[in-house]
Structures are given as structure tokens and as C-alpha cells.
Design a protein around this ligand. Structure first.
Ligand SMILES: C[S@@+](CC[C@H](N)C(=O)[O-])C[C@H]1O[C@@H](n2cnc3c(N)ncnc32)[C@H](O)[C@@H]1O
Length: 402
């Protein structure tokens, strides 16, 4: 077995992100100093499925630790022409598998073929498995991971054939990154943490300000939006408590990881001191079970002290005097059965906001533009995401006086 050099200083990395989220992932990467606006690479970095960036092992670890909107981070291992099985096997066998896999390790090979002479994904997977075995001296155990949240999942390898061009990528994240490791208790129709973070960014809530304006979620369910807001404002790295696939790689640098964790911990401690308990984040919901779940989740995340949860209907909200941001995900039919009067609920929400939150910024996530229109607020719906397979709009606008 020959050993290739460790992850090159300029490895090609890809942050996979759900529809609508890649521009926010790119902004996060820029803030981390991992993507440079002026670089040639930047122009074509942001694609529908995610963001390409270059980096070394530290960049890879930092992306996993800090990104709030990405689903997983892939490392591009190879990119070559393959129009027959001999070429595929020979070219795949010289890739640096030894950095990512131990001999015989379980692998989930996900293959897609598009407009290529090699079109049979099962046969492609077989040849790539043979190539891995050739490189490592022992064939991998091929195992499918049906559960994307499985913490003991086999190492995921993604192979794409497109017009006879074969790209091979190794997943560095393992369980999807929305799994921050805090949400055990859920209420009805919870948002993914990655989408909640993206929604807060779309809302323009300035989480990094010396003192961010108040944030209110009057339909908070299991608390995903307030919890992500608290993590952002307190500068707490979302990945600090979880395991990642790269920790099982033969070349895992535990000292480097610990250094990055320590740095992140110091930044969060400094931010906590700067805010000094002045942060205002409130979540409410009329469902007592949801509020209990939200409190338990916030406690597990370590942000319980930063959020005030209360059990009451939207009609009973009492916002703080200083103008702030309402960022929320009201029921919208397909995900939560709201009965025939969802339109009334949205109209009521509009009235409550005009009455009690004049001058605030509102961002409402809903699948239905007609429901959003019921609020009577002038909302910009140019940003959309996908939630649970449904297209959802982020309706954003200022709240006028009553
Ligand atoms: C789509 S869910 C919110 C999910 C939440 N973002 C999460 O991640 O768990 C909508 C929530 O609105 C709540 N709700 C429905 N009608 C309400 C009302 N009139 N006042 C307050 N909450 C209400 C439901 O109990 C439900 O938890």
C-alpha cells in the first residue's frame, strides 16, 4: 500500500446545503475566512446544492464545527474521465483512500450516473469498492445507511458520473449537520436547525451586534428558532458537542480538533461576558407540551438562560418596548393541521403585530403566499426554502403602526 500526502493544503471541499440555503452558507464561509469574494473560485462557488471552497484539514474541521446552514461537508478525493470499467477501477485505485478509510471499514457508496457510458450505478459501486480494496489491501464492507441521522453510519462515499466525468467525494460530517446534538424533545412539525439558522439570516437579525435587537417567536413549537438565535448571538459553535465522520479517519488530528474547540469555547465565553445577560430572545406557543419540549431542548443546548419561553396564544404576546425582530414559523396546513381557520390565524397575527410590534421587522415562514397575504403586511417573498419536501416562503417586511 502506498501512502499519499495528508489532505492537501488546498483540498476541494463542498458544503452541501438544502435549497435556498447556499447563499447563506457562502456568507458564513466568508465570515470564517474560508471563502474569498475576490477569488476566481468565488464566482462559481455557489451552486444550487451547496458551496465549493478550498482548504486544509483545519478548514475542514472549522467548517464542520461552525457552519449553521450546511447539511454536510464533502472532501473531493478524485475527478477523472472514465468511460469504461477498466478506467474507472484503475483511476479510482490510485486515490488517497488511506486517509479516510481503514482496511475493511464499512462504506456506504452512493453512486449517480448521468449521461455517461457507465450508467449502471450498482456496477460502478462494485468497481469502486474493488479499487478501494486494491488500495487498502482489504475490500470495504459495503453497507447502506438508510438513516441519515445514524451516528454509527458507515463512511459515506459519493460517486458522480456526469458525461463520463467521474467525481469521487468523501463525507466528513457523518450524521447531517442539523443534528446539533441538543434536540431530543420535538413538538409538531419542527424546523430543521439549518433552516431555522438560514431563516434568521434571511431576516437580517444582526446576531453579531454588540447588543442584538430583541427577537420574538410567537409560534415557537420545540424552540428551534429561539435556540438557533441564541447559539448565533452567543457565538456558540453548533458542532461543539457532536461527533463527526472525520474523527474516525486514520489521519484524524485530535490535537488540532481540540485546539479549534478550545478557540471556539474562548470566543463564546468572551461573547457571553460582552452580552452580560442583556440579550432578549422570547419564544411562546399555545401548546404546553411544545413549551416543555422547547425548554428541555434549550437547557440541553446550554442556552436555557438566554431564552424566555412562555405558554400562551399569539394574541397574548407582550413584546419588549425596544423594537426588534419577529421571526417565526406559524402553522401552514400541510405540516400542521390548523383547521379551516388558518386564514383567520394569519389575519390575527397581522393585527397583533401592528398593534404591539409597530416598527419591528417580521419574517414569517409559510408555504402559502395567500396565507401570508392575510396578515395585511407588505412582505417580500423573494427568498424561499424547502421544508419537509415543501417549498416555503420567507415573507419579510416592516410592521407598520395599527
Ligand atoms: C409549524 S409549528 C412551529 C414549529 C417550530 N418552529 C419548531 O421548530 O418546533 C407551529 C406552532 O404554532 C403553534 N400554534 C398554533 N396556533 C397558535 C396560536 N394561536 N397561538 C400560539 N401558538 C399557536 C402550534 O402549537 C405549533 O407548535
Amino acid at each position: 500500500m502506498t501512502t499519499s500526502p495528508a489532505l492537501p493544503p488546498q483540498a476541494t471541499l463542498f458544503a452541501v446545503a438544502a435549497p435556498g440555503l447556499p447563499p447563506f452558507t457562502a456568507a458564513e464561509l466568508r465570515q470564517l475566512g474560508l471563502l474569498h469574494r475576490r477569488s476566481k473560485q468565488h464566482k462559481r462557488a455557489v451552486e444550487a446544492g451547496g458551496v465549493t471552497f478550498l482548504g486544509d484539514r483545519a478548514a475542514l474541521y472549522r467548517a464542520n464545527l461552525h457552519l449553521r446552514t450546511a447539511s454536510r461537508i464533502l472532501v473531493r478525493l478524485g475527478d477523472f474521465h472514465a468511460e469504461n470499467f477498466e478506467q474507472l477501477r484503475a483511476r479510482a485505485a490510485v486515490l488517497g483512500w488511506d486517509h479516510f478509510l481503514a482496511p475493511g471499514q464499512a462504506v456506504d457508496l452512493r453512486v449517480t450516473c448521468h449521461k455517461s457510458r457507465l450508467y449502471h450505478s450498482g456496477a460502478v459501486a462494485e468497481r469502486v469498492a474493488e479499487a478501494i480494496g486494491e488500495r487498502l489491501g482489504k475490500p470495504p464492507e459495503l453497507r447502506k445507511s438508510d438513516d441519515e441521522e445514524d451516528e454509527q453510519a458507515p463512511q459515506l462515499v459519493v460517486v458522480r458520473l456526469d458525461h463520463d466525468r467521474c467525481t469521487v467525494s468523501v463525507d466528513s460530517s457523518g450524521a447531517l449537520l442539523h443534528r446539533r446534538g441538543y434536540r431530543l424533545a420535538t413538538a409538531k412539525a419542527p424546523l430543521r436547525e439549518t433552516l431555522a439558522a438560514g431563516l434568521l439570516m434571511a431576516a437580517g437579525w444582526p446576531a453579531g451586534d454588540a447588543l442584538p435587537p430583541p427577537l420574538l417567536d410567537p409560534f415557537c413549537g420545540s424552540g428551534t428558532i429561539p435556540i438557533e438565535a441564541a447559539l448565533m448571538a452567543l457565538n456558540i459553535a453548533p458542532g461543539q458537542r457532536r461527533r463527526f465522520a472525520f474523527m474516525a479517519w486514520p489521519d484524524f488530528d485530535a490535537a488540532l480538533w481540540q485546539r479549534l474547540l478550545d478557540e471556539a469555547g474562548e470566543q463564546a465565553a468572551a461573547r457571553l461576558e460582552q452580552l452580560g445577560g442583556r440579550l432578549v430572545i422570547r419564544g411562546s406557543d399555545r401548546d404546553a407540551g411544545a413549551i416543555a419540549a422547547a425548554q428541555a431542548n434549550a437547557g440541553r443546548t446550554g442556552v436555557g438562560d438566554a431564552i424566555a419561553f412562555a405558554c400562551h396564544a399569539v394574541s397574548a404576546i407582550e413584546p419588549p418596548a425596544a423594537a426588534g425582530f419577529v421571526v417565526t414559523n406559524p402553522p401552514y396546513g400541510q405540516r400542521v393541521r390548523g383547521g379551516p381557520d388558518l386564514r383567520n390565524l394569519y389575519a390575527q397575527l397581522g393585527n397583533v403585530l401592528r398593534d404591539r410590534c409597530p416598527g419591528w421587522q417580521a419574517t414569517l415562514l409559510s408555504s402559502d403566499a395567500r396565507l401570508l397575504a392575510q396578515t395585511g403586511l407588505a412582505l417580500d417573498t423573494s427568498i424561499s426554502f424547502v421544508n419537509g419536501g415543501i417549498k416555503v416562503l420567507a415573507g419579510r417586511g416592516a410592521v407598520p403602526g395599527a
